[in-house]
Design a protein around this ligand. Structure first.
Ligand SMILES: C[S@@+](CC[C@H](N)C(=O)[O-])C[C@H]1O[C@@H](n2cnc3c(N)ncnc32)[C@H](O)[C@@H]1O
Length: 349
């Protein structure tokens, strides 16, 4: 279509998935199926030779932020899911002495007496687990920011191991089964995360903010490396409802359910985001946006090309559409209905 320059990089295909993070220290702290791998961020950092601040407006589990921090580059992330903001900030925690001191205090905490929780919470956790969740959540609330996200993430991970809730695609289901005690799992999880920590200071942070209304000054970033949600793939809010409830301190009621964005709402999200991206980038700053094409109303939606066209309208120069993967769109789970590209749309502000 309309003169976009395509290039092929199948060797990066696997890195557009979370595979490279699964066994990587710290990157693996929160298994975010929808994430990309730290090495993909490294590839773009090398290519762009970034020195100033980097933005990831859809930061998810914080892959871009951590990859940048490890090179001494400050990166700022935004996301609308509390678990994403907590996981991203946890991965940037670097004050090992402070974190160890808090672990000693956590060891001395006892579970809360009977605590009132709603029906959904009781479906997801035993009464005993809920009492420990309350006690640890209260203790974490009193921590300084440099420790809070780290222990919140440890608690989310531990509580999910002790939960009756599990994810089936985007749907949360419940099944009663034998569960380990939360105290042991939480303290063990915290110790294992602490072992991953390297000394040195990491800068950067994630905030709860909307990529279509970025709360930053004009021309305040030197690069963007990001991946928005994919068309029709997942309602993050519904899929991560239990993690979000834990990540928010387990105080508001646990709300289950949600709905997927329509195609037109999805494309509007991309359009608003590129307009914002154009504003916050310095002149000539590079921008890499990883997107997947989708399948809707019996046809392939070429999201990469549509995004490139939107970016052109927003004032970006479209450098190329770098194709990383090709997958079949399946109808009725088996019939191959079309080929979907997963691409990095490369732009210059
Ligand atoms: C594909 S994931 C990003 C994964 C990330 N690259 C990683 O490696 O973990 C897309 C993220 O965008 C977030 N998101 C969706 N709509 C958003 C919006 N309007 N503003 C900010 N974040 C949003 C989702 O919650 C999700 O975490």
């Amino acid at each position: 279509m309309a003169g976009h320059i395509f290039s092929e990089k199948p060797e990066l295909g696997k890195l557009a998935t979370f595979a490279g993070n699964v066994r990587a220290p710290v990157h693996s702290w929160f298994h975010y199926k929808q994430g990309f791998s730290g090495q993909l961020v490294d590839f773009f950092l090398d290519r762009f030779r970034v020195e100033g601040r980097v933005l990831d407006p859809f930061c998810g589990s914080g892959t871009t932020l951590l990859a940048c921090a490890r090179r001494g580059i400050t990166a700022i992330g935004c996301d609308l899911e509390p678990i994403a903001v907590v996981a991203s900030n946890a991965k940037l925690a670097s004050d090992a002495a402070l974190l160890r001191a808090w672990l000693e205090r956590l060891k001395g905490i006892d579970s809360s007496a009977a605590v009132p929780f709603g029906l959904a919470e009781k479906k997801a956790f035993s009464a005993n687990t809920l009492a420990w969740i309350r006690a640890y959540s209260d203790a974490i609330n009193g921590m300084p920011p440099a420790a809070k996200s780290f222990y919140r993430l440890a608690l989310v991970k531990a509580a999910m191991r002790c939960s009756y809730a599990y994810r089936d695609g985007a749907v949360i289901k419940f099944q009663k089964h034998g569960i380990p005690g939360l105290r042991k799992v939480f303290l063990g999880m915290s110790r294992s995360m602490l072992r991953d920590l390297k000394h040195g200071h990491y800068s950067g942070h994630a905030l709860f903010a909307d990529a279509t209304r970025l709360p930053f000054k004009a021309q305040s970033f030197s690069a963007i490396i990001t991946s928005p949600p994919y068309l029709g793939q997942l309602d993050y809010h519904a899929a991560y409802a239990v993690e979000n409830w834990l990540a928010s301190g387990a105080s508001a009621p646990l709300a289950l359910g949600g709905k997927r964005a329509s195609n037109s709402a999805y494309l509007k999200l991309l359009e608003r985001f590129v307009a914002e991206a154009a504003k916050v980038l310095e002149p000539n700053a590079p921008c890499a946006i990883i997107v997947g094409n989708g399948y809707a109303d019996d046809k392939v939606v070429p999201v990469d090309e549509q995004l490139a066209a939107m970016a052109g309208n927003a004032g970006f120069k479209v450098e190329q559409i770098m194709v990383l993967n090709r997958r079949y769109a399946l109808q009725d789970r088996t019939r191959q209905a079309g080929v979907l590209r997963e691409s990095a749309v490369l732009l210059t502000a």
